[in-house]
Design a protein around this ligand. Structure first.
Ligand code: FMN
Length: 257
């Protein structure tokens, strides 16, 4: 057995919950799992925490496919290039971006933020704040998220470069920039999920080594959906963690100004 299950057993004996730092250290990418089942509800609970991740404009353009069905798991493992991180996993979660849902999300966000204003803002400020949310989700977000073979993004780029001559502005408005925004956000949910899983004593492996066309077909995803990451889930087996955690020296990446 690797040292980690022993570490967990010791914690359980001491009735000690992992600290945040211990959770971060415990999480490793696991490439081989024990053939023991996971409780689907605990995995689902970790996904409920994942949706609390910060996300761009609170648009939540993500969906999570929690796979517990053996047949689908087998197909997915094959689509994950038969990596053992996938083929030995008792469950998997497919993190999907849904930029195509932006119009319905803006409507939901207007409704939610209006409720929020009515509940939490002083009466005299409510009308102005509700109008501001309508402007943001009704005009600005649709302006940023609309796609059109790259051309609409190019027009946006030209507009912001012109405005940028006079004042600071957000330049990342091309269609591929917005795609990055949506994937970045989904990645934060994925990381929150992995840490939540670690706090449960469950292991994960994030994977981008997969055949996205096959995965979309297996899950019957619509054209506008994109697979962000597949996270296999299980409990680490002997040899499931490949060596020590290697990081380049912190001083090389840390800059204090
Ligand atoms: C976006 C992303 C994609 C990854 N894809 C794979 C993958 O396809 N297969 C794999 O074995 N590991 C994959 N990894 C895991 C990394 O190799 C791993 O996180 C890295 O080596 C650091 O090790 P650690 O996670 O144990 O700290 C991926 C990680 C990330 C964040």
């Amino acid at each position: 057995m690797s040292e980690y299950p022993d570490f967990l057993a010791n914690l359980q004996e001491l009735n000690h919950k992992m600290t945040f730092s211990e959770i971060v250290h415990y999480r490793r990418s696991v490439r081989l799992y024990q053939q023991v089942p996971l409780e689907p509800d605990r995995v689902k609970m970790c996904l409920e925490l994942a949706v609390l991740a910060p996300n761009s404009s609170n648009m939540q353009l993500w969906e999570f496919f929690h796979i517990t069905d053996k047949e689908i798991l087998e197909k997915l493992a094959h689509a994950c290039l038969d990596q053992t991180a996938a083929s030995t996993a008792p469950q998997m979660v497919v993190f999907v971006t849904r930029q195509d849902l932006f119009r319905s999300r803006t409507k939901q966000m207007i409704a939610l933020e209006t409720q929020n204003v009515l509940k939490n803002s002083p009466k005299e400020k409510q009308e102005k704040r509700v109008k501001r949310w309508h402007l943001y989700y009704g005009r600005i977000i649709p302006f940023l998220y609309t796609k059109g073979f790259g051309i609409i993004g190019l027009l946006r780029k030209i507009i912001v470069h012109l405005i940028g001559l006079f004042r600071p502005i957000f330049y990342q408005v091309s269609e591929s920039d917005i795609r990055v925004v949506v994937h970045k956000t989904c990645g934060l949910a994925a990381q929150t999920f992995m840490l939540a899983m670690a706090s449960e004593g469950y292991d994960t492996c994030p994977m981008e080594g997969f055949d996205s066309r096959k995965v979309k077909k297996i899950l019957k995803l619509p054209f506008g959906a994109e697979v962000n990451m597949i996270i296999s889930c299980g409990i680490r087996a002997e040899g499931g963690v490949w060596g020590d955690r290697m990081r380049i020296p912190f001083e090389e990446v840390y800059h204090r100004r």
